[in-house]
Design a protein around this ligand. Structure first.
Ligand code: SF4
Length: 291
């Protein structure tokens, strides 16, 4: 039996960067808080917690003073930085540079869109921390849509600047953009191409992985997808794999593996999300080799 690890699986650049910043801050022996779990992966959260990283939520953050708080890769809305300045909190900035650029772009366009009564629309997951941060850059005036059922929130007689959370599916984003375009046409908008501005904001680290995983999934009899259950990118990439290979199993740790999955199979592929640490993928690999 062949067991193969997908070479491209493991942390994306943004998460890797955030983890390294956290490790460096902790190595100085100081107390470091992280505003929310540093990554949507319980095992990595536990590892960093053992090194001393203390996780806090926004209520706890609002009551902290004179300390150091790490902002994770997903980023935060501007209010967080105002609270930090007021409470003498030193921010350890680990927002992914790609998310940071997207926040600035949304802020700029949101300000500009007011001249033409335009709307900033964000396609993303409600409550996801990246989305909360992005909406915060529009003073929460941006419109969040998570699927076709939310399109009624958009006034299609006014210009639309469309953005996607960085980890959304490329295919779903294209469908949403097309639906808005069609609605504008049906409403008699003279030039929907000028009224609808679709910004390509899905991260290449996710979209490239999507196409790469499709071919990886085809090559194996069974696929083990390793990810935290809270990871939105994990859910999305898992469904991409599952659509190609129906024998794809989602696990968060080696203990969840069922030996029956491998009976009569010749090749097993192991892959994961952009929030899955490489060491965890390797642990799953080692476990499968023992079976
Ligand atoms: S998926 Fe892309 S945008 Fe999101 S943290 Fe990773 S590198 Fe940054």
């Amino acid at each position: 039996m062949v067991v193969d690890i997908d070479k491209k699986s493991g942390f994306c650049f943004g998460v890797q960067n955030a983890v390294e910043i956290a490790e460096e801050a902790l190595s100085k022996g100081e107390r470091v808080f992280s505003l929310g779990p540093i990554v949507h992966n319980d095992k990595e959260v536990e590892r960093l917690s053992a090194l001393g990283l203390v996780y806090i939520d926004h209520d706890q953050f609002n009551n902290l003073k004179d300390c150091k708080v790490l902002i994770r890769a997903h980023g935060e809305p501007p209010e967080t930085y105002l609270v930090a300045a007021k409470n003498n909190i030193t921010i350890i900035e680990a927002t992914c540079p790609i998310v940071r650029r997207l926040q600035s772009r949304i802020l700029k366009i949101w300000e500009k869109s007011k001249e033409s009564r335009g709307q900033v629309v964000i396609f993303g997951k409600p409550g996801h921390s990246e989305v909360v941060g992005l909406l915060g850059h529009t003073k929460n005036e941006g419109i969040l849509i998570s699927g076709p059922g939310d399109l009624h929130k958009i006034d299609i007689t006014r210009p639309v600047w469309l953005f996607a959370q960085t980890t959304m599916s490329v295919k779903d984003y294209a469908i949403i953009a097309e639906m808005i375009h069609t609605k504008m046409k049906e409403a008699g908008t003279t030039d929907p191409d000028k009224f609808l501005h679709v910004n390509n904001t899905i991260c290449g680290q996710v979209s490239n992985r999507e196409s790469h995983l499709k071919s990886f999934a085809e090559k194996h009899d069974v696929l083990i997808f390793v990810s935290g259950r809270e990871s939105s990118n994990g859910k999305m990439l898992y469904s991409v794999c599952e659509s190609i290979n129906h024998e794809t199993y989602f696990v968060s740790s080696p203990e969840e593996i069922n030996v029956e999955w491998f009976r009569g199979k010749n090749s097993i592929g192991i892959c994961g999300a952009t929030s899955t640490p490489k060491w965890l993928i390797e642990k799953v690999y080692d476990f499968i080799l023992t079976i």
